[in-house]
Design a protein. Structure first.
Length: 475
């Protein structure tokens, strides 16, 4: 195997493995180094996303939703379930199988695209515009060289000071995805994306979940109207979300964790939990990379400093994904990975930050793209809004899931779509239409004129677009 490469990618998460595949497609002799190990010590490429993020969380969200339907939802359809049981071991086993299928899929894709894979930790040794030496510390140690380096080393869960993760009682996302017995009382610190998704999983499986959030508003980055609706729906399901709390001492005992906190009124409480998930954001990961060895610049928060094109301060060194600025999302990492490979090839790689969709996979799902109403107000943009509730959508009624709405925000003068916000069934799929529309700079009238299949949830999207012009037909 050649040890001299045109492109070496450090990190095999969605940013890294996709960058490596695209670079190989473009004709570069490419290697990808990833250190993630499966439980047998073998390679498990795919990063946080595949191993302890997007994929296993969605597997458990699906399983727990089936369980909730079987225990509460089916009766309404005339389906009687007797003797319902939960085999958590099997559920976790299925999740692990789904993860492994994805790990194996990536190894297959590397072979198919002739990407050389190195299992181990990659670190900079030395280099300049003529090339870089990178040490790979795996089962053996070796050094490879690269003309271009793409760093995609991802992120780690942020711990609360004084409450380090032990993954037994105080859990990051890693532990939260592998609890072997449904906790009676589960505490969650942080009502962000992970807190709501993992809180939903364990609530559906029977835990009493208390979420403690520092900010006074629920999902502050989400359109206010949508966030309010989501808060109402999730609270009704039994997720106890406490806003405006201040966390004090956290003490792990033998079998439980106590959390001291004051609520929004300033009253003091102590929560006793069987498990505590801490999901208060993530920090960029450059552990073991040796950026200082080659003078690779980090910013004041520890992210690798890059320009709009993902170029670092070093010639021919690029960085993508969670380890650089911008939203920590798998599809954002992938887009950057593709764009960088294309830039290395002298092409015009492109990432449109205005049209990166967000999805929170609660039930109902929350999805959005573009600006929120509060952002447009703050920017002084004149806009029109149109909303349509799923309550008035025939397919949603047939599904038995009529919660939520679709909301369009369009420029008051030009009618260009500025943002689309959804809380409701299959919002993760529905948002794609809005992303396409915004990428093509469509107007709300464009969507309103397009024929949508009946009966489908996507008709709610069309109706919300019609509502911008106050001409919804079914509401
Ligand atoms: P990572 O996926 O973190 O991959 C980095 C890889 O680099 C890892 O394999 C790591 O082991 C390896 N590495 C690091 N340093 C070195 C080194 N020196 N040498 C060799 N290898 C190294 N995003 C979504 O878009 N949708 C979701 O539904 C979603 N769900 C999530 C759920 C959870 C619980 C979590 C925690 C995250 C979720 N995310 C989701 C976020 C998503 O996982 C990240 O945005 C994404 O994984 C970032 O990709 P990346 O390639 O930048 O980094
Ligand atoms: P987050 O940024 O989404 O939420 C963290 C929450 O914790 C915020 O609401 C914040 O106000 C709160 N918080 C911070 N410090 C606190 C404190 N001391 N006490 C109480 N609350 C505190 O981060 P999270 O949930 O950890 O997820 C990390 C990232 O992973 C997400 O931002 C997202 O980028 C990615 N992710 C994406 C998913 C998706 O796309 N569906 C799913 C899960 C994670």
């Amino acid at each position: 195997m050649s040890k001299n490469f045109d492109v070496v990618v450090i990190g095999g998460g969605p940013g890294g493995y996709i960058a490596a595949i695209r670079a190989a497609q473009l004709g570069f002799n490419t290697a990808c180094i990833d250190e993630w190990k499966n439980e047998k010590g073998g390679p498990a490429p795919g990063g946080t996303c595949t191993n302890v993020g997007c994929i296993p969380s969605k597997a458990l969200l699906q399983s727990s939703e089936h369980y909730e339907h079987a225990s509460h939802g089916f009766a309404e359809h005339g389906i009687e379930v007797k003797g319902l049981g939960l085999n958590l071991e099997k559920m976790l086993g299925r999740k692990n199988t789904v993860v492994k299928q994805n790990n194996d899929g990536i190894l297959y894709l590397f072979k198919k695209n002739k990407v050389s894979f190195f299992h181990g930790r990659g670190s900079f040794v030395k280099g300049d515009a003529n090339g870089y030496e990178i040490k790979v510390a795996g089962a053996a140690e070796e050094t490879i060289t690269a003309k271009h380096v793409i760093v995609a080393t991802g992120s780690n869960a942020r711990a609360l000071p004084g409450a380090e993760f032990d993954e037994k009682l105080i859990l990051s996302n890693t532990g939260a995805l592998s609890i072997t017995e449904v906790p009676k009382k589960l505490g969650v610190i942080g009502a962000g994306v992970i807190g709501l998704e993992m809180g939903s999983v364990w609530r559906r499986l029977g835990a009493e979940v208390t979420v403690l959030e520092a900010l006074p508003t629920f999902l502050g980055a989400v359109d206010e109207q949508i966030a309010k609706e989501a808060q109402k729906l999730l609270t009704k399901q039994g997720l106890a979300v406490n806003l405006g709390v201040k966390i004090g001492a956290i003490k792990a005992g033998k079998n439980s964790v106590s959390v001291e906190y004051t609520d929004a009124k300033g009253d003091a409480h102590t929560g006793e939990f069987d498990k505590l998930i801490v999901s208060i954001g993530r920090t960029p990961n450059t552990i073991g990379l040796n950026p200082e060895g080659v003078g690779l610049k980090l910013d004041e928060r520890g992210f690798i400093a890059v320009d709009g094109d993902c170029k670092t301060n070093l010639p021919n060194v690029w960085a993508v994904g969670d380890v650089v600025r911008g939203p920590m999302l798998a599809h954002k990492a992938e887009e950057e990975g593709v764009a960088v490979a294309e830039r290395i090839a002298g092409q015009h790689g492109h990432v449109n930050f205005n049209t990166i969709p967000w999805v929170i996979y609660t039930s109902p799902e929350i999805a959005w793209v573009g600006k929120t109403e509060q952002q447009l107000k703050a920017e002084g943009v004149q806009y029109k809004a149109g909303t349509f509730p799923f309550l008035a959508n025939g397919r949603a009624r047939a599904l038995g899931d009529t919660s939520g709405m679709v909301k369009f925000l369009a420029d008051a003068k030009t009618d260009e779509i500025l943002g689309v916000h959804i809380v409701g069934p299959m919002a993760s799929e529905l948002i794609s239409e809005a992303v396409v529309a915004m990428e093509f700079r469509a107007s709300s009238e464009d969507i309103a004129r397009i024929c949508h299949a009946h009966p489908s949830l996507s008709e709610a999207t069309k109706e919300a677009a019609l509502a911008v012009d106050k001409r919804a037909l079914n509401f």
